[in-house]
Design a protein. Structure first.
Ligand code: PFF
Length: 467
C-alpha cells in the first residue's frame, strides 16, 4: 500500500492546507496559556533563547521526520511505520511507537477537552460581564466555583468533544480542511486585534521587558522545561504531524513547509506573550501567577481595563479556536487507523473513539471535585503507593494523565520517530522525500536528525524520569 500517491482518507488541496493543519495542531493551549507563564517563571529572555534553540535543534528535525514518514507511508501512523519498516527490512514492531503515540494523543485529548471547556465557560462569563471590576478574591472564587461543579465541567467537556468529533467525522477535506480554512485566519486576526489592543494600554514596553529581560540565574532550571515544552507545542511525538503529512500532495517540498509551521508556532507563542503581559500590567497586576495566569489573572485584568469585556470575549474565543484546531489533530491518527483496520465508516469510528476519550475525560473533569481525593503516585510518610484515597501528596487523575503523556510518552515517541527516520528508513529515501531546496543543507539536517535530536531527547527524558 505504501508509496501510493494518495491516501485513502483524502489529500489536502495544496501544501498550504498542510501548513494550516500542522500550525493548527501546533498552536494551542501550549502557546497561549503555557508559554507566557513559563517564560515569566524561568527568567524571560534566557528561557526564550533556550526554547528557540530546542525548537531548532530537536523539534524541527523530528517534525521533518514525522512529515517525511507520513507522506512516504500514506497511511495512519501505525500502518505507515509498519509498512515502511517491512520495506526497509526492519521489524514491523516499529509500529508500536506509533501505537503508543496514538494512545498518547487520545489521552491528551481527554484532558485537553476539559481545559478547553473552561474557555467556553469563560466566553459566556466574559460576555455576561461577570468580571467587570472583579478583584483577585472574586476571580479566584469564580474559578473555584466553576471547577467545583461536576455538571458544569461535564457540559463544556461534552460540547467541546462533540464539535471535535463532528469535524473529524466529516473527513479530511470536507471536515478538517474546511474548518481549518475558517479557524486559522480567524485565530490570526483575533491575535493581531489583541496585540493591537495591548499596544494601546501604555504598558507595552513593560510587557516586552518582562518577556525578554535576561535573567541567567533562573534559566538553568528552565532548560529542561523549555525542551519538554518544545515537544508539546509542536505536537511532535504522537503521530499528529505524521498523519497530516500523509495527506500532503506529492510535489510540495517538505523542508520549507515544516520550517514555516515551526516559525508560525513560535511567532504565535511570542505574540501571545507580548499581547497578554501589557494587559496584566495595565490592570496593576503581577504576571507571576503561574498556571493560573489564563483563568484567574487575565480575567481580573480584562475586568479592570477599558473595553476589557469585549477583548476578554475575543481572547477566550481565540483560546477555544486554538484548542479545537489542536484537538482534531489528536483524534485523527486513531480514526485513520481504525478506518484502515476495520473498513467501517469514518462517522461510526469517530463516534466510538471520541466517546471513549469523553469517558476518560470525565475522570479529569471530576478530578477537580468528586474525585479530588483520588491520588496516584503518592509519596508520603507511609512510603510510595500507586494509589491512595485522600493522601496529602500525589497526583489527581488529571495530573497523572498530563504527566504520563507529556513527560513520558511524548518524548519517547519523538525519540523513536527520529531513530526510525534517521537509522532505519535509509538516507536516500529520506533525502528524496524531503526534497530540500538547498541540497547542500542536507548533511546538516540529517546529522541533526540522527545524532543531535535523539541525544537531546534522551537527556530530557532520563533527567525527567530521574527527577
Ligand atoms: N501543540 C498543542 C499545544 O501547544 O497546545 C498541544 C498538542 C496538540 C499536543 C496535538 C499533542 C498533539 F498531538
Amino acid at each position: 500500500m505504501a508509496n501510493e500517491s494518495v491516501s485513502i482518507h483524502g489529500i489536502w488541496s495544496s501544501r498550504w492546507v498542510f501548513i494550516l493543519a500542522a500550525t493548527g495542531s501546533a498552536v494551542g493551549l501550549g502557546n497561549i496559556w503555557k508559554f507566557p507563564y513559563m517564560a515569566g517563571a524561568y527568567g524571560g529572555g534566557a528561557f526564550v533563547l533556550v526554547y528557540l534553540v530546542c525548537i531548532a535543534l530537536i523539534g524541527l528535525p523530528i517534525m521533518l521526520a514525522e512529515t517525511v514518514l507520513g507522506r512516504r507511508g500514506r497511511q495512519s501512523p501505525v500502518n505507515t511505520l509498519r509498512s515502511l519498516a517491512v520495506q526497509s527490512g526492519a521489524s514491523p514492531r516499529w509500529s508500536w511507537a506509533a501505537t503508543m503515540g496514538m494512545t498518547a494523543a487520545l489521552l491528551i485529548l481527554s484532558f485537553y477537552s476539559v481545559v478547553a471547556g473552561w474557555s467556553l465557560d469563560y466566553i459566556i462569563g466574559m460576555g455576561r460581564g461577570e468580571f467587570a471590576g472583579i478583584d483577585g478574591a472574586g476571580a479566584g472564587a469564580r474559578f473555584d466555583s466553576m471547577t467545583a461543579d461536576p455538571w458544569r465541567l461535564t457540559l463544556w467537556h461534552t460540547l467541546f468533544m462533540l464539535v471535535t468529533g463532528y469535524i473529524i467525522a466529516k473527513g479530511v477535506v470536507a471536515g478538517l480542511e474546511r474548518s481549518l480554512r475558517i479557524m486559522m485566519p480567524l485565530l490570526f486576526v483575533l491575535l493581531v486585534v489583541l496585540l493591537g489592543y495591548s499596544l494601546t494600554t501604555g504598558y507595552f514596553m513593560q510587557g516586552v521587558q518582562f518577556l525578554f529581560h535576561f535573567d541567567l540565574s533562573q534559566a538553568r532550571a528552565g532548560i529542561l522545561a523549555a525542551m519538554g515544552h518544545a515537544f508539546f507545542t509542536l505536537s511532535i511525538g504522537v503521530g499528529s504531524i505524521m498523519v497530516f503529512g500523509s495527506y500532503m500532495p506529492k510535489k510540495s517540498s517538505i523542508g520549507g513547509t515544516v520550517l514555516t509551521v515551526a516559525l508560525l508556532d513560535t511567532v504565535v507563542a511570542l505574540t501571545a506573550g507580548l499581547a497578554l503581559f501589557p494587559i496584566v500590567f495595565a490592570a496593576g497586576l503581577e504576571p507571576s501567577a503561574g498556571p493560573g495566569l489564563m483563568f484567574v489573572t487575565l480575567p481580573i485584568a480584562f475586568g479592570n481595563v477599558m473595553a476589557g469585556q469585549v477583548f476578554g470575549v475575543i481572547f477566550f474565543v481565540l483560546v477555544a479556536i486554538a484548542a479545537w484546531s489542536s484537538a482534531i489533530s489528536m483524534l485523527e491518527p486513531a480514526v485513520a487507523f481504525w478506518i484502515e483496520r476495520s473498513g467501517k465508516s469514518r462517522a461510526r469510528i469517530t463516534a466510538v473513539i471520541a466517546s471513549i476519550c469523553w469517558v476518560v475525560g470525565l475522570g479529569s473533569a471530576l478530578s477537580f471535585n468528586v474525585l479530588a481525593d483520588a491520588k496516584f503516585f503518592v509519596v508520603d510518610a507511609d512510603g510510595w503507593r500507586l494509589f491512595a484515597w485522600g493522601a496529602e501528596g500525589g497526583k489527581t487523575f488529571f495530573d497523572t494523565v498530563d504527566y504520563v503523556t507529556s513527560r513520558i510518552m511524548l518524548p519517547l515517541g519523538g525519540l523513536l520517530f527520529a531513530l526510525f527516520a534517521g537509522w532505519v528508513l535509509g538516507r536516500d529515501v529520506f533525502k528524496a522525500e524531503l526534497g530540500l531546496k538547498y541540497p547542500r543543507l542536507f548533511p546538516v539536517v540529517y546529522w541533526l536528525l540522527r545524532y543531535v535530536a535523539p541525544v537531546g531527547v534522551a537527556i530530557v527524558f532520563v533527567t525527567e524520569l530521574y527527577n
